[in-house]
Ligand binder design. Structure first.
Ligand code: GSN
Length: 232
């Protein structure tokens, strides 16, 4: 039997959370190496397997995969979550890239400066409800299928549920004007592998709290407003 994939990251959501979601949706068991200090991260770098001295890194099929998108694409393709042809794949990419833009803003929000928080919060919610959610609502409404692409579960659906739940954590009721997304959320949450991941005790991580933000800043030796990198 092939070894379980091994995920290397800090003990929080960050960029790795979408990888956890995708593996869980595919029903794949994995192990995690969660480092807590700058020293542990430096030792990982010294190990020589981080191509850019950055995480996430996933050991899978004899490779040391880095770069979040590369990791997600490999998993999506390997587990048949990446469409049946090039056109479906392009559509999945377009949906997922929009979701990642929103995901990145929310992921960085806990790291933003206190005096900027309200402005950024408003900006994220405006972008979610005016730019991103209408796209997926319309797609589900007009093709009438259960899933975003090709009427079978794909990476786009998994990423959409993840980002819907992240946005709801910021503001509950954010889906009130999006009936198709509400149905989608209820339906996809019930798929056995996803239902399992949503249960307490799974490998799903909570939103970054202040303590985790401090740990992360310490590991990566950063004080700057990380959010600004994602404000485009
Ligand atoms: O998407 C990616 O995997 C890369 N384009 C970026 C990865 C990255 O920035 N990783 C951070 C920690 S995860 N949080 O954002 C990292 O390893 N920073 C250390 C460094 O020296 O850049």
């Amino acid at each position: 039997m092939a070894a379980k994939p091994k995920l290397y990251y800090f003990d929080g959501r960050g960029r790795m959370e979408s990888v956890r979601w995708l593996l869980a949706a595919a029903g794949v068991e994995y192990e995690e190496v969660l480092f807590k200090t700058a020293e542990e991260f430096e030792n990982l770098i010294k190990g020589g397997n981080l191509m850019y001295q950055q995480v996430p890194m996933v050991e899978i099929d004899g490779m040391h995969l880095v770069q979040t998108r590369a990791i997600l694409k490999y998993i999506a393709a390997k587990y048949n979550l990446y469409g049946k042809d090039l056109k479906e794949r392009a559509l999945i990419d377009m949906y997922v890239e929009g979701m990642r833009d929103l995901n990145d803003m929310i992921m960085s929000f806990p790291f933003s400066l206190p005096e900027e928080k309200q402005k950024i919060f408003n900006y994220i919610l405006e972008r979610a409800t005016q730019r991103f959610f209408p796209v997926y609502e319309k797609a589900l409404k007009y093709h009438g299928n259960n899933y975003l692409v090709g009427n079978q579960l794909s990476w786009a659906d998994v990423q959409l549920l993840e980002v819907i739940l992240m946005t709801e954590e910021l503001k509950s009721g954010i889906l009130s004007a999006f009936p198709k997304l509400q149905e989608f959320k209820a339906r996809v949450s019930k798929l056995p592998s996803i239902q399992k991941f949503l249960q307490p005790g799974s490998a799903r991580k909570p939103p970054e709290d202040e303590a985790t933000v401090e740990v992360v800043k310490n590991i990566f030796k950063t004080d700057e407003d990380l959010f600004l990198q994602h404000m485009s």
